[in-house]
Design a protein around this ligand. Structure first.
Ligand SMILES: [Zn+2]
Length: 229
């Protein structure tokens, strides 16, 4: 039986989302008690870009596809893991870094095939997701690195860091969302906020089912992998 590896961080009250929203997860818990009887029902206010989530082209293209237009087939399938570790805070991951990780993959008799899901591993989310440093101190991708990934023709890209270098700092503008524009512009959905990638072999079955919101750019996901023992 394959083992399930949970790739989603636990999200609790106060878990920080992107600095542009800067509120953290706010649960509002309603309860009723009558003698021993108890009832609880919670609501949540948070950015949809908090923790593990899937995003579609609408995130940075006004007429791009919304998250409900991304079928589950596009976020479920055979995945290869590009191991970029060790990666320092605020590192800019360029084509040469991806090439090096791809060579590592070849040493393990694997390579990226068209239609694969590419998972980028830095272990940054493992250390910082949900904290105020996750977004500003994250490693990120260069625009050329994004082009390199798209040229491999993946059906989906997952990562464990915030890939947009310009948006690490306050005052960024929509036109600086260049990495997202390259990837989402190719209609490749992005799965962000992954953890536990250290537990994955070079190839595994990857799943990022997400909440079926409609008409917007993103939805929370509970990504996991199936790993052969
Ligand atoms: Zn996002």
């Amino acid at each position: 039986m394959p083992r399930i590896v949970d790739l989603s961080p636990k999200v609790s009250q106060g878990f920080m989302g992107p600095p542009s929203t800067n509120v953290g997860v706010q649960f509002e818990v309603r309860t009723k008690r009558n003698g021993p009887a108890y009832w609880q029902s919670a609501q949540v206010f948070m950015s949809l870009h908090t923790g593990c989530h899937v995003e579609s082209a609408l995130h940075c293209f006004e007429h791009g596809e919304s998250i409900d237009q991304v079928s589950l087939e596009r976020v479920i399938g055979s995945a290869v893991v590009l191991d970029l570790t060790p990666v320092s805070e605020r590192a800019l991951i360029d084509v040469s870094d991806l090439e090096r990780a791809h060579k590592r993959l070849a040493e393990q008799h694997e390579s990226i095939k068209a239609g694969d899901i590419i998972v980028l591993r830095t272990d940054w989310a493992q250390r910082a997701i949900g904290t105020p440093t996750y977004f500003p101190q994250s490693p990120s991708l260069t625009q050329n690195a994004a082009h390199w990934l798209v040229e491999k023709q993946p059906k989906c890209i997952g990562c464990d860091f915030f890939e947009e270098p310009a948006a690490r700092d306050p005052g960024w503008t929509a036109d600086q969302f260049v990495v997202h524009q390259v990837i989402l512009g190719a209609n490749i959905p992005l799965v962000e906020g992954l953890v536990n990638l250290v537990q994955l072999p070079p190839r595994c079955q990857f799943f990022a089912p997400f909440y079926h919101y409609a008409g917007i750019d993103s939805a929370p996901a509970r990504a996991f992998a199936l790993v052969e023992e």
